[in-house]
Design a protein around this ligand. Structure first.
Ligand code: HEC
Length: 143
């Protein structure tokens, strides 16, 4: 056999093997991260734990420190003892000139997620008290 032909055959076997091997690896489909289910039976403490994560993902921490220190917005490390849930919810749903409403893009949180964030904020210098169902957009929108 000529050297050139042997090389081609070897090359075909090698590429064939890799094609077979590559296709034999199960494909793991890409999936968007699943949203945590927030349910009415969760305790305010459990909601607060989820709310902390939502607060982080929603980018609230870009403007708000929770450990003291001024960013673009006020520090929230004592917010739980300074404001009640209604005030927090009102500002989250309405936003301000300088703060985007939390239920609209970019954060785009739903009522349950906002309730969880409020529970988390209540835990900062205070104690989480709200449960799912306590806070709804109809109660606060348009103020
Ligand atoms: C672009 C910056 C920015 C982002 C992002 C932002 N905020 Fe704010 N936030 C502010 C500013 C500034 C204020 C002060 C109110 C004002 O000046 O209009 C404020 C006020 C607040 C207040 C009232 C504080 C008080 O002492 O009464 C709360 C509560 C709050 N933000 C929570 C949040 C949460 C929760 C998120 C995430 C969903 C968030 N903010 C995202 C800038 C921001």
């Amino acid at each position: 056999m000529k050297g050139g032909l042997r090389l081609i055959i070897v090359a075909l076997i090698v590429t064939g093997f890799y094609a077979w091997f590559g296709n034999s690896i199960p494909q793991s489909a890409w999936e968007a991260p699943k949203k945590k289910l927030l349910t009415a039976d969760m305790t305010p403490r459990q909601l607060s734990t989820e709310g902390k994560e939502i607060f982080r993902k929603a980018g609230c921490g870009v403007c708000h420190s929770v450990t003291g220190g001024q960013l673009r917005g006020p520090d929230l490390s004592r917010i739980g003892s300074e404001r009640d849930a209604e005030i927090m919810a009102a500002i989250l749903y309405s936003g301000t000139d300088v703060m985007p409403a939390a239920n609209k893009p970019p954060a785009n949180l739903n009522d349950a997620e906002i309730t969880a964030v409020v529970a988390y904020m209540q835990s900062l210098g205070g104690r989480p008290k709200v449960k799912i169902g306590d806070i709804k957009v109809e109660d606060y929108d348009g103020r």
